[in-house]
Design a protein around this ligand. Structure first.
Ligand SMILES: Cc1ncc(COP(=O)(O)O)c(C=O)c1O
Length: 690
């Protein structure tokens, strides 16, 4: 029967995004010319996704559609050696593992035979021609990839813009071919799914209408548990993590989740993004749990900074330390400097000499900026020292966000923590609408194909071969199931658009609040932005533009040497209860509105004043997680709540707040200074024209 294209079927226009967008993880290695110091071993996933090493001069000729490709012979003229274009082309054969073809024409015939299509029919000829073009297109695209990788860094911006536009258009061309294919393909489908019962059971066949979803201006929310198989040999590779086009199950890979992972690596590591990889989790705690479960073994030791998030403390203390679980030892260290860490490490090594002698390891866990005061650790210096001791370093960078805290952008690789963790729940998603988290680490410690190994770097910078079962994916992510689903991944992607603006504004408010509240002689401000704060120098060194994280505490315990204001707990409770709604009575941080919590009268209310102090909490400590509102509205409300609840028993308290004119002047000063600093930090137009 002759094949005739049927009439065009009108496309149904919907406003909702269509599901199922086949996105690969390949862009996790964006193949900039600054390739990581990873020499992929033959046959590894990395080699299959690294750009072909042969450049245009040393590489094969394109073997393009101008004619059939031929198998070369080896020197003795016996066993044929496959031409490079045939090797590339084989990747898109349904018999990529078992093919015996030596030329692209043979690949075409093999493909037709595999699906039972007679090449002599008119349909077979057309299909064969399309397949031949596709084999050639694939091998030419690989050449384009290697050429571009070799040249990109030296290209002026206009040439990069030209290449981007040309490649984008090629995507549309390829999609147009695919879209054209949908017409005969859909007709065939309709001829097979021809009963109402099978139509309803099968639902709309997703490929048909998903092609256009490629051009959705936002990543598509891929709400699916499973994915359609291409053929048995491809899906087998998919199961082994060796064909990343082929996602098999959303608990492992999901396009929206992968889109966020690619994006966050770009944000966190910038020009070094090609060295890093991310896995997203269902919450910040799930990310922390994954990273620790990945690394820490029975009777290992965690050396952690003192002020870690409460959930992290509980995970380490209540679960990992339990003798019936992993029986790990946890040591917390105080202080923020390299010297503080060096001493803690020496003490830890001495205390746990017996465990270390038995081959157990120390892992360093840092949280910076940290809860509740927003103080900053000298992460680069601590990390470098830990690396000299061959220790793996994890850093929870949630409070700083990738805007303020940039541990993976350090030039010196030894200063970069091995794993950076974020709770997206906070400023990264930014609106308080979801819980999510991420772990970011070097490629070779995050993912490779099953049973593969790859040359990478050890923590001290020396070369090391890493194996697939040492990666976070196979060791934890694949098994434990705490993955981030597509709806939540989408919400984080959305929130990230405004991260920089939100956090910039919050730093202005933090500076304003710290200075204005610090002017009151009965309020202590524990914030490294407060004038004279001992943590200010490390903040200047470690946070972008020296700006403070939007988290600090205040207390009413009286300034050093001065008397404590006459507050009893009941008065303080009344005061705290009057702070809502301007200060949100909510836990968490990194929301759009400013939120406050007071451990002594909430989570730790059963403890006596003495017990609270021993735990580092003053009875009147309030943690302020700054939002994006005008900070003067916060100060005004604080003054009014004080008038209501504190002034009657502590007359004169409210008169000690700075005047309205002073508050306005302080806000204006910081508003202008921060924006000036920010604009001065941006590349000038002349640089952008290079
Ligand atoms: C610094 C820090 N890390 C991690 C977490 C845990 O994140 P999630 O609540 O998303 O599990 C929190 C939560 O408050 C946090 O403040």
């Amino acid at each position: 029967m002759l094949y005739r294209p049927g009439p065009m079927r009108p496309r149904r226009v919907t406003t909702a995004p269509k599901p199922e967008f086949s996105r690969t993880l390949r862009s996790l290695w964006p193949f900039s010319p600054h390739l990581p110091a990873i020499a992929p071993q033959q046959g590894t996933l990395m080699s299959s996704i690294m750009p072909p090493s042969s450049g245009p001069s040393s590489g094969p000729s394109s073997g393009s559609s101008s004619g059939p490709s031929h198998a070369a012979t080896n020197g003795s003229g016996t066993a044929p050696v496959l031409a490079p274009n045939v090797i590339s082309a084989k990747e898109v054969s349904p018999r990529r593992k078992t093919s015996t073809a030596h030329t692209i024409d043979e690949l075409v015939l093999e493909q037709l035979a595999h699906f039972g299509i007679d090449p002599k029919t008119e349909f077979g000829q057309h299909l064969g021609n399309v397949a031949r073009s596709t084999y050639n297109a694939h091998s030419d695209t690989k050449l384009l990839w290697s050429t571009l990788t070799a040249e990109l860094a030296s290209l002026p911006r206009q040439d990069r813009a030209a290449r981007f536009a040309a490649q984008k258009f090629l995507c549309f061309q390829l999609a147009k071919v695919l879209d054209t294919l949908m017409h005969p393909f859909r007709r065939t489908y309709q001829s097979i799914i021809d009963t109402q019962s099978s139509r309803l059971a099968r639902g709309p066949y997703p490929i048909f209408d998903n092609i256009t979803a490629l051009f959705s201006a936002k990543p598509v929310i891929t709400r699916t548990a499973t994915y359609i198989y291409a053929c048995s040999e491809w899906v087998d590779d998919g199961f082994q993590g060796k064909e990343l086009l082929h996602q098999v199950y959303s608990r492992l890979l999901n396009p929206t989740n992968v889109s966020l992972a690619n994006h966050v690596v770009d944000i966190e590591a910038g020009p070094l993004a090609h060295e890093y990889f991310a896995w997203n989790f269902n919450s910040g705690m799930a990310a922390i749990d994954a990273a620790l479960s990945h690394l820490v073994g029975h009777q290992d030791i965690i050396l952690a900074s003192r002020n870690v998030y409460g959930g992290t403390y509980q995970l380490m203390h209540d679960w990992l330390s339990k003798p019936s679980n992993l029986d790990i030892a946890v040591e917390f260290f105080d202080g923020y400097t390299e010297a503080d860490f060096a001493k803690a490490l020496t003490d830890c090594q001495a205390k746990h000499a017996d465990r270390l002698a038995k081959g157990r390891n120390i892992y360093v866990y840092l949280e910076s900026p940290c809860n509740p005061h927003g103080y900053v650790l000298d992460v680069p210096a601590m990390t470098k020292l830990a690396h000299k001791h061959k220790l793996t370093v994890l850093c929870d960078s949630t409070v700083g966000t990738p805007f303020l805290h940039r541990p993976l952008k350090r030039k010196d690789a030894m200063e970069r923590p091995d794993f950076v963790i974020h709770s997206y729940t906070k400023d990264m998603s930014g609106m308080g609408g979801t819980t999510a988290g991420v772990v970011i680490g070097r490629n070779e410690r995050m993912f490779m194909g099953k049973h593969d190994s790859a040359q990478g770097l050890d923590v001290d910078g020396s070369p090391k071969t890493w194996h697939w079962n040492e990666t976070l994916f196979w060791n934890v992510y694949y098994i434990k199931g705490a993955f981030l689903d597509s709806d939540k991944a989408y919400e984080v992607i959305n929130g990230l658009h405004t991260l920089e603006m939100r956090v910039l504004h919050k730093t202005i408010s933090t500076l304003t609040l710290a200075e204005c509240l610090g002017l009151h002689e009965d309020i202590n401000v524990n914030c490294n932005a407060a004038p004279g704060n001992p943590n200010a120098a490390i903040r200047e060194k470690c946070l972008h533009l020296g700006l403070p994280a939007p988290l600090f505490t205040i207390d009413f315990e009286g300034k050093k040497g001065a008397g404590k204001p006459p507050f009893d707990r009941q008065m303080f409770k009344s005061f705290f209860d009057c702070l809502d709604p301007v200060f949100g009575h909510q836990v968490s941080l990194g929301q759009t509105n400013t939120v406050v919590l007071c451990p002594a009268i909430t989570s730790h209310s059963e403890m006596s004043d003495e017990a609270l102090r021993a735990a580092g909490i003053e009875p009147t400590t309030i943690r302020v997680a700054v939002g994006i509102e005008d900070p003067r509205t916060l100060i005004a409300h604080l003054i009014k709540a004080s008038e209501l609840a504190l002034e009657p028993k502590a007359p004169g308290f409210c008169a000690k707040f700075p005047s309205p004119e002073t508050v306005d002047a302080v806000y204006r000063k910081h508003y202008l200074a921060v924006h000036t600093k920010y604009v001065d930090s941006l590349p000038p137009t002349a640089d952008l024209l290079k």
